[in-house]
Design a protein around this ligand. Structure first.
Ligand code: ADP
Length: 482
């Protein structure tokens, strides 16, 4: 093994303490995997209301943290716990006025809240006499730490020469705020082309100042360098292209394991699919569909958001339900934008006994949909990484996906699933038809595709090796500077 590294990991979300999406998953899983590889990882996140209210295993740390801002300091408290199932320490920065609120995000002063958090997190670990080899920041919320380290921090001997790695999970949220946040942080710097006069863009800052930048899949890393995928930052990303990488997220393979998933009625694995068949019948019963075994059961589990390709889905489901590819059944589990909920409700009303729409969020039921369906649809317009297709493959549902971002990197056409490139209902329908054709006429090939997906390694172990490499590069790139 390479040298153990001291890694400071900063994130606005860390599962299970706080999670609204993939950011929380990575925060909960990656540090544990790095720890298993022998690294000294310490995680810091804000103490949201649930922590202040008392969280099992999380204790207040004695003493006060004086966080430097503007001309003075602001006091903060600290809580300490461990990531469940590990000995990775996690610290929580407590500041009643800033973090003890109903939600995690969505306030006018979010940039100030997270700038404070970022600065406090750096102060917290050095107060313990711990000097990290690298600081790993995620999305715009912790980009202020990247900026501070690369600017004001270089004048502070405690931080001089520490490189940062910046991971983009969602380029759409950039954290724009007025320039006086730099006064607040004690940072003097020039503006970026991406920042209109008087504005700071923290996502752009993270990309600009970090030693290395990465996104959560190699394809997404390429796509965001184009004007179509760059959300206004493509030029900056092209400028940094030699330092821009893509590392696929892993899947928590203990949580998502068809052999012992407690949310499933029947268990199975790649060598024994009998339990899968039983789940299929249970799913059909729950959806009020005839328990036929000879026709494909197609499914979708998704947030009903424009990003997910729903505007090319309606016509495809219409064709599927009208028998243009033979008899088939369709189940959707999803909630979100009203127009898409109505679209599915409307289609379901026209095709009783063939299609059922569960228009809610149901984490307990989702595994049965993955485990009971034959084909899983994910026609996303863009997808930084995507977990749905990985879960589907692991549970034996063959994915039909649009080859964008992480979908392009995880689904191999004709080997572990089916994919299409052009963002159109025609291309989508053609890919689905190919899948259904093989399902109907070539059971042996179908079984091979299903098996390939079920046995693919989606674990965090593989991703963690990628991050270790990135840290080593970041450290090496800084060594000759000091
Ligand atoms: P995103 O993070 O953009 O929503 P991902 O594919 O990365 O997309 O992750 C989606 C996760 O959310 C999967 O675990 C999926 O099972 C789950 N999910 C989405 N919609 C629902 C729903 N309505 N009910 C239960 N789980 C859902």
């Amino acid at each position: 093994m390479s040298e153990p590294l001291k890694i400071l990991f900063l994130s606005a979300e860390v599962a299970p303490f706080a999670k609204t999406g993939g950011l929380g998953d990575i925060g909960g899983s990656l540090p544990k995997e790095l720890r298993a590889m022998g690294h000294d990882v310490r995680v810091v996140m804000p103490a949201y209301r649930n922590i202040e209210a008392g969280y099992p295993g999380v204790e207040p740390v004695e003493g006060q943290l004086d966080v430097p801002v503007r001309q003075g300091t602001v006091p903060a408290g600290v809580f300490r716990g461990e990531l469940p199932g590990s000995d990775v320490p996690i610290y929580f920065v407590a500041q009643q006025q800033l973090f003890n609120r109903e939600r995690i995000y969505g306030y006018w002063d979010d940039p100030y809240r997270f700038a404070f958090f970022s600065r406090a997190a750096l102060e917290l670990v050095t107060k313990q006499g711990w000097r990290p080899d690298v600081v790993h920041c995620h999305d715009w919320h912790t980009a202020p730490a990247v900026t501070w380290l690369a600017t004001a921090g270089q004048a502070d001997p405690r931080f001089q020469g520490i490189p940062s790695v910046f991971t983009i999970h969602n380029l759409a949220h950039q954290g724009k705020v007025s320039w006086d946040i730099f006064d607040y942080m004690g940072v003097f710097t020039h503006s970026l082309t991406e920042e209109p006069f008087g504005e700071v863009n923290f996502m752009a800052r993270g990309i600009f100042h970090a030693a290395l930048v990465n996104t959560v899949s190699p394809s997404y890393a390429r796509e965001i360098m184009s004007p179509e995928g760059g959300a206004g930052l493509d030029k900056l990303l092209r400028h940094r292209q030699h330092n821009l990488h893509g590392i696929l997220n892993g899947l928590d393979v203990d949580d998502w394991n068809p052999a012992d998933d407690p949310r499933l009625e029947f268990h199975f694995d790649a060598d024994n699919l009998e339990g899968r068949l039983k789940n299929r019948r249970a799913l059909q019963a729950r959806a009020n569909l005839p328990q036929r075994e000879d026709i494909p059961l197609v499914a979708m589990v998704s947030r009903l958001d424009w990003q997910k390709g729903l505007d090319i889905t309606g016509h495809v489901i219409h064709l599927l339900m009208n028998g243009y590819s033979g008899d088939a059944q369709f189940i959707v589990l999803g909630t979100g934008e009203r127009q898409y909920e109505e679209m599915f409700a409307h289609l379901a009303a026209h095709h009783p006994g063939k299609m059922t729409a569960f228009l809610d969020y149901n984490a307990g039921f989702a595994p049965t949909v993955y485990a009971g369906s034959d084909i899983f649809l994910m026609p996303s317009l863009f997808e930084p990484c995507g977990l749905g297709q990985m879960i589907a493959m692991r549970y034996g549902s063959v994915p039909v996906v649009r080859a964008s971002g992480g979908l392009a990197d995880t689904v191999q056409d004709g080997i572990t699933g089916f994919s299409f490139y052009e963002y159109s209902d025609g291309a989508f329908w053609h890919a689905l038809q190919r899948a259904i054709y093989i399902y109907n006429v070539d059971k042996e090939s179908w079984r091979a595709i299903q098996r390939n997906g079920m046995t693919t390694d989606f674990s965090w172990q593989r991703s963690a090796h990628g991050y270790q490499q990135l840290y080593e590069w970041a450290i090496a790139s800084h060594q000759h500077l000091f």
